[in-house]
Design a protein around this ligand. Sequence first.
Ligand code: P6P
Length: 334
Amino acid sequence: MSKVITLHEFIMDRQEDFPFASGELSRLLNDIAIAAKIVSKDVRRAGLLENFLGAEGNTNIQGEEQQKLDVIADKQFINMFKTGGEVCGIASEENDDFMAFDNEISREGKYVVLFDPLDGSSNIDVNVSIGSIFSVYRRKSESGTLANLEDMLQKGTDQVAAGYVLYGSSTMLVYTTGNGVNGFTLDPFIGEFCLSHPDMKMPETGRIYAMNEGNINICEDGIKEYIQTYCQQTLEGHKRPYSGRYIGSLVADFHRNLIKGGIYIYPDTSTDPEGKLRLLYECNPLAFIAEQAGGIATTGRKRVMEIVPDRLHQRVPFFVGSKKMVEEAMSCLK
Ligand code: P6P
C-alpha cells in the first residue's frame, strides 16, 4: 500500500522549489485548502439548510443573480485570507471592487489572491458540480502599505500559483506553482486532501468539446466551421464524431478535459462582445494550469496569460484545452 501524501506534506516537501522560500506561499496554499474544506462542507449540506440554497436576492457586478452559496463561499475565502497574514488584498467575482486588508499582519502580506469563490452558480440548486478558482500573485506595492489596484491587474504570466477546487463526485483541489500540476482528493474521513493525481498532463488531443451551442448563431462563423468540420464529422479512422459535453460549470468541464483531453470554448458573441468569462479569476488561473499540463489557453487569437489587464472584471473569449484541438479551432477563425 503506497504512502498517503497529504496536501500539507506535499506543499512542505515542495517548498524548496521556491528560491528564498520562507514559507509564506506554503502557508497561503494551506489556508486555501482549509477554506476549500469548509466550502465543500457547506456545498455538500446545502440542500439541508434552508438559508444555503436559492438566490441571495441581489445582483453582483457581473449582472448575475447572486446565489446564497456564492456569498457564503466568498465570505469563507475572504475571512481565511484576511486572517492568514500572507495576503494583503483580494479581488473576487462577488465583490465590485478589490479589498485591501487594513490590519497590521495583512499589510505585511506578500501576496494578493484573485478568486471566483463559487463558479457555476446556476448549477447549485440542481446538484450539479461546481467549483472555486484562485490565482495568486506577489504584491507589487510596498510591504506595510495597503494593497492597490496595480497589485490586482497583473498579467497571467506573473502568477506564482493558481488552482481550482472541484465539488464533484468527490472534492478535489488541483494547483500549480509553475512546477507541474498536481491533484488532491479530499478524504472526508480524515479531513485531508490527499495526493491522488500526481504530475497531471493534458492529452495533446481529444474527442470531447464543451461549448454552449445555443450561442452558435451569435458567434463568429469560424466557430461553427470548427464545430461542424472537426467535432461533428466522423473523421477518418474513427467510428463516430466527437462527444459534446457541456456541464455549465467551467471548472468541471476543464477538469474533465485535463484528464481525458478536450476543448472548452466560450467565444465572444453578439450579446457578450468581450466573451463571458473573467480574465483575472477564471481564465488566467486555468490557463496557467493548462499550460503547465501541456495544454494551451487563448482568446482564439492570442495567449490568455499575455494579456495586460486593465479592469478588475475584464472578460475575454476563452479557448482552453488540448493543444492540437485549440490550434485546430484557432485555424478556423478568420
Ligand atoms: P452559459 C458559470 O457562470 C460560467 O462562468 C462557467 O462556469 C460556465 O462554463 C459558463 O459560465 C456557463 O455560461 O452562458 O453557457 O450559461
